[in-house]
Design a protein around this ligand. Structure first.
Ligand SMILES: [Fe+2]
Length: 322
């Protein structure tokens, strides 16, 4: 495919402290160059004979293409970030910034400090919306190719020398201040509203256990740190126990096949957390059986390996005798 040149979004003559000469040069030379090189590399990729191309050559071109496409997209966002008075964001984006940064002022300080942190190096400062966390985050990308997977960028500040050197020389600080004075907040808010429609990544669904209360490993860790009384029951299948020499610290292993034999030893006055290897069926079934018997039981989402991924404490596990 051919990537088109997007018309300049902002009106250069309306900007405050960023001259038309600077914007025109940036748009025509640097943005234009990125798009033209992107198309050249994409054409080169499309023409490759993959049966005879060295994988290294393919990898190099794909990395170059990704870098140029990101440069293209971020430049378009940069020009679309300008044209306002930069002062008070409209209510929805203002509330979102306050929610995720504590206040608009704190967002602004962090954004500007990130620009300063580059200390003369090139890069992008980007405000992105992350659907997985449903939150806004400032990012500092020192290469065009860097970004947050799944993130939707809604405001971008170009910190490459070509963006300011023509008029600000080495004075990055004055350039950043000028950028902040020209942010077009209504457009940022519109992009934020659009980003809210981006679906978060698919999460694990187990319809057969939909009504069963689960607990995240982070919550279990917090319960233990708080000294809460909780009965931790590892119900990994017996055949699995010979494969692992670790068990969650404080947990006891019980054979899920013999739950009716051991459940009577549990207390109904303290909550029970059960888990299996990965958090699929066994831990859920154990929790379900315990709940049916009147215990305050929940299953730990992600099981033993989520606990390990969290670097939760473990003890040496001696597999039960066969
Ligand atoms: Fe640029």
């Amino acid at each position: 495919m051919t990537y088109p040149i997007a018309p300049l979004f902002c009106r250069p003559w309306t900007l405050n402290g960023l001259s038309p000469r600077l914007i025109e040069s940036h748009y025509a030379h640097n943005y234009g160059s990125a798009v033209r090189r992107l198309n050249a590399v994409s054409d080169e990729l499309a023409a490759l004979d993959l049966t005879s191309t060295a994988p290294q050559a393919l990898g190099r071109l794909k990395r170059e293409q990704a870098s140029l496409l990101n440069s293209t997209l971020l430049h378009e966002l940069y020009f679309a970030s300008l044209g306002g008075d930069g002062r008070v964001p409209p209510p929805a984006i203002s509330a979102a910034l306050a929610r995720d940064f504590g206040s608009f002022d704190r967002w602004r300080r962090e954004f500007m400090a990130l620009a300063e942190s580059l200390a003369g190096e090139s890069g992008w400062i980007v405000l992105s919306y992350l659907p997985r966390e449903r939150q806004l985050m400032n990012l500092c990308a020192t290469e065009h190719a860097q970004g947050m997977a799944g993130g939707v960028p809604i405001l971008a500040l170009d910190m490459y020398e070509h963006a300011y050197q023509l008029e600000f020389g080495a004075n990055q600080e004055a350039y950043v201040a000028a950028f902040m004075r020209n942010i077009l907040w209504p457009a940022v808010e519109s992009r934020y509203a659009g980003a809210l429609d981006a679906a978060p990544p698919l999460t694990l669904e187990q319809p057969e256990f939909a009504g069963l209360p689960g607990v995240a490993p982070e919550e279990v860790l917090a319960m233990l740190a708080a000294g809460d009384k909780v009965q931790l029951i590892d119900t990994r299948p017996r055949h699995y126990t010979t494969r692992d020499n670790e068990i969650m610290a404080g947990a006891v292993w019980r054979d899920p096949e013999r739950i009716s034999e051991w459940m009577g030893s549990l207390s109904k006055d303290q909550p029970v957390v059960t888990f299996c290897v990965y958090g699929f069926h066994i831990g859920c079934q154990s929790a379900s059986a315990l709940r049916d018997a009147g215990y305050d039981a929940r299953y730990m989402r992600g099981g033993h390996f989520a606990w390990k991924a969290l670097d939760g404490p473990v003890d040496l596990f001696k597999p039960p005798a066969a």
